[in-house]
Design a protein. Structure first.
Length: 279
């Protein structure tokens, strides 16, 4: 059962997303961080707990659709009871909020909002239609206000890039979720006639998702072109933009991992640029 619970937490998503928070904080502070800052560690841990809890709750709420789309990955009701999975969701959220409380009140308030939005998404995602991808994107871009809640901004070109990165991540997350909904349309349609499948099966939805992906790909190179980031970032962002273009030439199932790699490259490239070239 423990192995199944760990798999429900989807650490392959939880860890990279949570690790994005300290990367953003280094940009907020222009790299002026002590080797170890307890509030940054606690904030990252808090975010990781909440993300893991969100994924567990997602598997609880999506048992019916997952049994059609990805039956081999359904653990709730098989390896783990629904009750145990819900208990783990609550425990992970509580751990996340307790860690947030040791950061500061502003960070805690935002994390409470993130938890509420995550619950709303998982409970109502099959009934909110086109808003589904937007809610996911809002959850992802919450990394930026969380970073500003932890650290005081230091004026630098790096700080200017944070006017662009949230829009880039928002578009990337929207494109990712739209493509995922296209892939999962069969299960969504079987569960509810009012699901997002009403839209994902239409002729406009896939072209719209690809346009959003292209927008994210174009936006990711802007910080490098404007000089807010250095040459390392610019080179990596051009590669990442190429992956976004490639995602539009592939079916959704193949495009989804390309967008994931795209986001990872931008995160890695921005950090490497700061560490090597300095603020």
């Amino acid at each position: 059962m423990i192995t199944a619970v760990i798999r429900l937490m989807r650490l392959y998503y939880t860890v990279p997303i949570a690790a994005g928070l300290p990367v953003i904080i280094t940009y907020v502070t222009a790299g002026n961080l002590a080797p170890v800052r307890m509030d940054v560690l606690l904030a990252t841990l808090s975010l990781g707990f909440v993300i893991a809890g969100t994924y567990v709750l997602n598997d609880v709420c999506d048992v019916q659709t997952d049994s059609i789309n990805r039956p081999a990955r359904v653990f709730v009701g098989r390896a783990v009871s629904r009750r145990i999975a819900l208990v783990w969701t609550v425990v992970l959220f509580l751990f996340g909020l307790i860690a947030a409380a040791f950061c500061n009140g502003q960070f805690l308030a935002i994390m409470i909002g993130v938890c509420l939005l995550a619950v709303f998404y998982n409970v109502f995602s099959k009934r909110i239609g086109l808003l589904k991808a937007v809610v996911v994107a809002l959850l992802m871009t919450s990394l930026y206000p969380l970073a500003f809640a932890v650290a005081s901004p230091v004026d630098s070109p790096r700080l200017n890039s944070l006017l662009i990165f949230p829009a880039w991540l928002f578009l990337s997350a929207v494109a990712y979720e739209m493509l995922k909904d296209i892939r999962d349309a069969e299960g969504d349609a079987a569960v509810s006639a009012r699901s997002i499948a009403r839209h994902t099966r239409s002729a406009y939805y896939l072209p719209a998702a690809r346009c959003v992906a292209l927008g994210a790909g174009a936006l990711c190179v802007v910080p490098g072109l404007l000089g807010y980031c250095g040459g390392i970032y610019l080179a990596v962002s051009l590669l990442a933009a190429g992956l976004m273009i490639a995602s539009t030439l592939n079916p959704p199932g193949r495009a989804i991992p390309l967008i994931y790699i795209h986001v990872f490259l931008i995160t890695f490239g921005s950090l490497a640029d700061l560490l090597v070239l300095g603020p």
